[in-house]
Design a protein around this ligand. Structure first.
Ligand code: TXA
Ligand code: MG
Length: 351
């Protein structure tokens, strides 16, 4: 994507807004972020206020490709350098010890910083313009706390409205990756090795291949990450995960129980079959057919959840994706989206 001259004016405007302590929502390849100057505790506090997010949750700092990462971190382990060479710019966030002069507003009071260099051209243009390319933009996903992350500018406007008080939104099209960055904690290399805090498009295997080390799963002492809360990424409508071979019977039972259904499914045969079955009883209000390829699935996941949420169904039934490692980030997000409604439909599904 090219940044046109008009876009450049918008980018300058956005950068000045950030420099004045304002909020700007901007596209990244993963999801849209709600950005503020990472070195202004007041600006960072206004992100928390806009999102309704608890203040002890750290935010990711985004930097330009040319930026000097050593400004932000106390030490740069060789493993960080290896991962940066392999995956930046791109959907990988590193957790490292923060430099002493960096405000703990961005780190939720912890002594670490989450840092990433996005590959989206609009994000990069903004980062290059903001503070002459030397600043950091603190940006969580541009959604209300706990809700589904936005992958289009319209999703952001749906979250925060379009009033004078709403943050400026830079439109960079639909995010290509579609789920949030992989987060790797390298702040405890000596004792724990690299730890996967949040799975994403870049898999633990890819990271292991670069480092020649085993990536550990999340442990109790790991730095807090709000995306690791059990309930997160959730639409307003309850989400029910159903295995492919149970889908037909579950849809029948739910529809017999008078539930209005929305469906997100990826196996074409299942979708066609179950649509027929259900349409004889109680029509599906809406459905979204997903790809059976994990990258394409991730790309559409949040748009699917948002659009099914608008159907005002009683439940969004989601065909459980394959359990292979390539689907780890997707299964992680869906499990959290479904967390609060895990037992809500057991009576309807009694066999
Ligand atoms: O793809 C992404 O990472 C997107 C885009 C906008 O870059 N951002 C994003 O931000 O997902 P957010 O705030 O929704 O999730 C960031 C995650 C949170 O779970 C947060 O707790 C964790 O990163 N995080 C940030 N800094 C951290 C730190 N110092 N230690 C541990 N976790 C940290
Ligand atoms: Mg988020």
């Amino acid at each position: 994507m090219n940044v046109t001259p008009l876009d450049h004016q918008l980018i300058q405007l956005a950068a000045r807004k950030l420099e004045e302590g304002g909020l700007v929502a901007f596209p990244t390849e993963t999801v849209y972020g709600l950005g503020a100057d990472a070195e202004s505790p007041d600006a960072v506090a206004s992100i928390y206020a806009a999102k309704g997010r608890p203040a002890n949750h750290p935010v990711i700092v985004h930097i330009a490709p040319e930026a000097d990462i050593s400004y932000w971190v106390r030490e740069l382990p060789p493993q960080a350098q290896q991962l940066i060479s392999a995956f930046w710019p791109g959907p990988l966030t590193l957790i490292l010890h923060r430099a002493v002069h960096i405000s703990d507003a961005v780190s939720g009071g912890q002594d670490t910083i989450g840092i990433r260099c996005p590959s989206h051209p609009v994000a990069q243009a903004l980062l290059r313009e903001f503070k002459g390319g030397n600043g950091g933009i603190a940006a969580p996903s541009a959604n209300k706390f706990g809700h589904v992350s936005p992958t289009t500018a319209q999703h952001v406007r749906d979250e925060f409205g379009v009033t004078d008080d709403s943050p400026m939104v830079l439109d960079g099209g639909q995010s290509t990756v579609g789920i949030e960055s992989t987060i790797i904690d390298l702040s405890r290399m000596a004792t724990h090795g690299p730890v996967l805090l949040r799975p994403g498009d870049i898999s633990a295997e890819q990271i292991e291949r670069v480092l020649g080390l085993t990536v550990q799963a999340l442990d109790a002492a790991a730095p807090r990450a709000s995306g690791t809360l059990e309930s997160h990424y959730a639409p307003h409508t309850p989400v029910l995960l159903v295995a492919s071979d149970q889908l037909s019977i579950a849809l029948q039972q739910l529809s017999l129980a008078g539930k209005r259904l929305a469906l997100i499914a990826y196996s074409a045969a299942v979708v066609a079959n179950d649509l027929k079955v259900v349409q004889n009883k109680s029509p599906l209000l809406a459905y979204f057919t997903m790809s059976n390829e994990p990258h394409a699935y991730a790309h559409d996941l949040y748009a699917a959840l948002r659009s099914m949420d608008q159907a005002c169904a009683d439940v969004i039934v989601v065909e459980t994706p394959p359990q292979e490692i390539a689907w780890q980030g997707i299964n992680d997000r869906l499990r959290r989206a479904a967390h609060d409604s895990v037992n809500a439909f057991s009576a309807d599904l009694a066999t």
